[in-house]
Ligand binder design. Structure first.
Ligand SMILES: CC[C@H](C(=O)O)C(=O)SCCNC(=O)CCNC(=O)[C@H](O)C(C)(C)COP(=O)(O)OP(=O)(O)OC[C@H]1O[C@@H](n2cnc3c(N)ncnc32)[C@H](O)[C@@H]1OP(=O)(O)O
Length: 375
């Protein structure tokens, strides 16, 4: 369950309240700025300067047009300025609210990013289809789509892109070359084998995967071949998992003298229960499609083993749940995410707020006019 501050990520909580709660944790005097990284502040300052120049131009234009800079013009400029700043502030705070770690937890994102940047290779690709389904590909097939540092950074960028995709309804994540993902690139693991670097990488990935889990999209991991270590952790950040024949999920962490660190342990407990999770983790058990179905870790075993066929089947499976207006699908996911993470009263209040965004809205009015019965 989320604590009070973290619970503000969901709808219905005013950004201002979250600002105060997150901000006061470290530097009360700085308010919201205490949770912003240097690069975000630099971005903000840059945009502010651009906006100032833009507004100045408008002001000059009006001045020449009317011969004087009247009150109405000045008010308009001030109001535009305020709106722009507010929108930017909400966007940045939205990202912060969706994350688990900030500076208050000793997490220095810019430093972590710099370090990850040193381990290059592979890519994370995103295609946004007109149907509202996104396809995210883990692409490093030479090493079974293991995550290099730059892939971790790209995953974060793609998640940001998905957060800003307002027409999106669903997402399928799969690996290139008929296999899902074999976790962290072992070269990275070896190069950063000290506790602090490990925890930094772990906080970075937990933030990204938590934001992935909280996307207002219905997400599916398509498991072909192997989902190993961090790959097994990644699939637990999706709402659903589909497996192809012969595929395997395996939390190998124990064999490496570790436990999951990307949030996969906590999420696995919530998916399969603590007893089954303990067995899978402490036994480093190979989970085949049949066992995954039995545990509730997978929804279905697909019939195709090849990439194109499996992807088509996954699309068809997901379409059962993504048909209809984006506003309703997205609200449904947000409501379930609140139920999954918040204490009951907070979840109920969130449900009321989400309900309020739909009641009397276009999708609701059209349904009342055209489909009053559901036979
Ligand atoms: C906290 C844990 C941490 C995290 O969550 O951040 C991790 O994820 S640590 C990484 C955990 N994963 C592993 O330890 C996987 C290690 N690899 C294997 O056990 C096998 O390669 C396996 C079972 C994934 C696949 O075996 P298979 O026989 O089918 O293929 P190959 O072994 O021949 O692999 C092909 C090729 O890929 C390279 N490879 C595979 N996984 C990784 C990896 N994680 N990092 C770097 N390289 C990887 C493997 O070495 C082969 O390359 P080659 O040049 O042909 O030797």
């Amino acid at each position: 369950m989320l604590d009070a501050a973290t619970s503000h990520h969901l709808l219905g909580c005013s950004p201002e309240t979250s600002v105060v709660m997150l901000g006061t944790a470290t530097y009360p005097c700085l308010g919201p700025f205490s949770v912003w990284s240097p690069s975000m502040l630099a971005d903000l300052i840059y945009v502010c300067i651009c906006v100032c120049i833009y507004i100045y131009n408008i002001y000059i234009f009006f001045f020449f047009l009317t011969g004087h800079a009247g009150n109405a013009c000045l008010e308009m400029v001030i109001s535009m300025w305020k709106n722009l700043l507010q929108t930017m502030k909400e966007r940045i705070l939205q990202q912060r609210r969706m994350s688990v770690y900030n500076q208050a937890h000793g997490y220095e994102e810019e430093l972590v990013k710099k370090q990850l940047q040193q381990f290059a290779g592979g890519s994370i690709n995103l295609t946004k289809e007109d149907s509202g389904i996104g396809i995210l590909t883990l692409n490093n097939p030479k090493i079974m789509n293991a995550f290099t540092g730059t892939m971790m950074l790209e995953l974060q960028e793609r998640v940001t892109e998905l957060e800003n995709w307002k027409d999106g309804k669903g997402l399928i994540i799969y690996g290139a070359g008929n296999t899902f993902c074999s976790g962290s690139d072992l070269n990275v693991v070896k190069a950063i084998s000290n506790s602090q670097d490990g925890m930094n990488m772990c906080m970075f990935m937990q933030n990204t995967l938590t934001r992935l889990m909280r996307l207002p999209l219905i997400t599916v991991a398509l498991v072909q071949g192997k989902a190993i270590g961090g790959g097994a952790e990644l699939i637990t950040a999706c709402d659903f998992r589909l497996m192809t024949p012969g595929s395997e999920i395996r939390f190998v962490h124990k064999l490496m003298g570790l436990v999951p660190g990307w949030g996969g342990g906590a999420r696995l407990v919530r998916i399969v229960g603590s007893r089954a999770a303990l067995k899978l983790l402490s036994g480093a058990t190979r989970v085949d499609p049949e066992r995954a179905l039995h545990l509730g870790l997978s929804e279905e075993t697909l019939s195709s083993s090849d990439e194109a066929g499996a992807l088509e089947e996954a699309r068809a499976w997901l379409s059962q749940y993504t048909e209809g207006p984006a506003s309703v699908i997205r609200a449904t996911k947000e409501m379930v995410a609140a139920g999954r993470e918040l204490l009951l009263e907070a979840a109920l209040r969130t449900e009321k707020d989400i309900f309020g965004t739909l009641w009397g809205g276009p999708a609701n009015l059209q349904a009342l006019a055209t489909r009053p019965k559901h036979k």
